[in-house]
Write a protein that binds this ligand. Sequence first.
Ligand code: FAD
Length: 518
Amino acid sequence: MVKDIQLRVTLKEEEIPDILLKKSAEWLSISRDDISGIKILRKSIDARKPKIILNYKVSVFINEPVPETTDYTFNYQDVSNAKPIHIIGFGPAGMWAALRCIELGFKPIVLERGANVKDRRRDLKAINQDHFVNEDSNYCFGEGGAGTYSDGKLYTRSLKRGDVRRIFENLVFHGATDQILVDAHPHIGTNKLPKVVQNIRETILKYGGEVYFNTRVTDFTIKNKKIEAILLQNGDELPTDKVILATGHSARDIFYLLNQKHIAIQAKSFAMGVRAEHPQHIIDSIQYHCEGTRPQLLPAASYSLVQQVNGRGVYSFCMCPGGFIVPAATANGEVVVNGMSPSRRNNKFANSGIVVEINADKDLYKYEQFGALKALEFQKDLEKLAFTSGGRSQTAPAQRLTDFVEGKLSNSLNDTSYQPGLKSAPLHSLLPKLIGGSLRKGFKAFGDKMKGYYTEEANIVGVESRTSSPVSIPRNDNLAHPEITNLYPCGEGGGYAGGIVSAAMDGERCAEAATGNL
Ligand code: FAD
């Protein structure tokens, strides 16, 4: 017999060997000897009260063996001679589109502008140390897309869009820890993600798919509402039958290309702001009600904050406990920040985007001339502003949190994890009022919600501008573009995903659509 039960374990109890076995036997009023094994289904931390509780959902196997298998299998087959599907972009959407094509008996041919995970490290070093942005290979572009050098947080609100568990199982199949199957807030970490991404590429190659790096798509030949050929930056022209466009939210040249070819795209509402960085111990002490170092069994604490300011949402985004702020620009002449964490989340800083909702219909009247590209142009201007106010390099403009709210230039800044360095700048007056004003009120409110959050020991760093795509690409019920019948806009760049897992799920769906299996 198998019984699923919930168990509550204190931090002290967690140190006792076989505590789950003991508690399960007590809960079920049976002898420990009758329990053949326990499988953890879910683990979460309840830190709302000073006495912290670990909540477990477990399956208890009573006088029957614990099965080894999962419900998920991936039926990859040889597709070397199968019908090709071209996939542009090898981020989560492109990777999962390619894997799904193989399962469905089609040959994925992937075209990725950036370098493979190994060579990409050299490009990241150049941004961090030499302030040079390789415009094809950086924190957003390259093998694994924007998700490779990230925190690898895997939670998603898009539960209705697909089978989240299937994506997790596939990540484990490709080398991620199986801990992600049970944690309530799973994450992989930037040190582990490249290997997983590389394993996915190896699966694609092993079964006859093709993956080309350093291969930027620059144009399409279109006839009778169909893409007939894909043009590459080296001048090559690839005839094609079906194209999955998974180029992400930062592929501005693709948005410009579609717009110039009069292929319908739309301005999309999104969010922008800054990244706030606190010493991790401050966030730990607030969230875990402790002084100094957090209890050893607990991970670096995170937070999630939201506040309405004059009817506009101000919220935390992509919080990275024990992480680093990274330079996520995709072109020289702009500064963009984002965050990543290693798997152990053991850096001494906690950072999070704190962003303000921008409504593309109501807020961007000064940018109307740019039509569908108005949100993109607004985003671009903010990133250029960050570049000039940061000192015309990847050094980012920053301010102490309290100085920003009080409207004062900071005489000095706190230590930071941001490798290219920070420069004190009056972000309170530089940011558009819509963003700066909302943030200042939002931070005050956050300080009321989390006592200790509003502190001069925190910096804010500009600008957090790539939270989601500023453009969406329409598609019909069959996920094809309404005007170009063999083009499948996919993932975050099309406006159909907002993170690694949702992009992966959308990749699978687009592969199903492109192969006639939706
Ligand atoms: P992308 O990942 O953006 O991939 C698009 C790919 O297309 C890129 O590799 C790009 O090089 C390629 N491309 C673009 N143009 C062309 C072209 N013309 N020709 C050929 N190739 C092209 N999400 C989470 O869920 N959890 C996190 O912890 C997290 N942390 C993040 C940290 C950072 C630093 C960043 C930048 C993002 C983070 N995100 C996180 C967001 C997440 O990475 C994205 O939501 C996700 O990667 C989107 O997937 P995608 O496949 O749609 O697009």
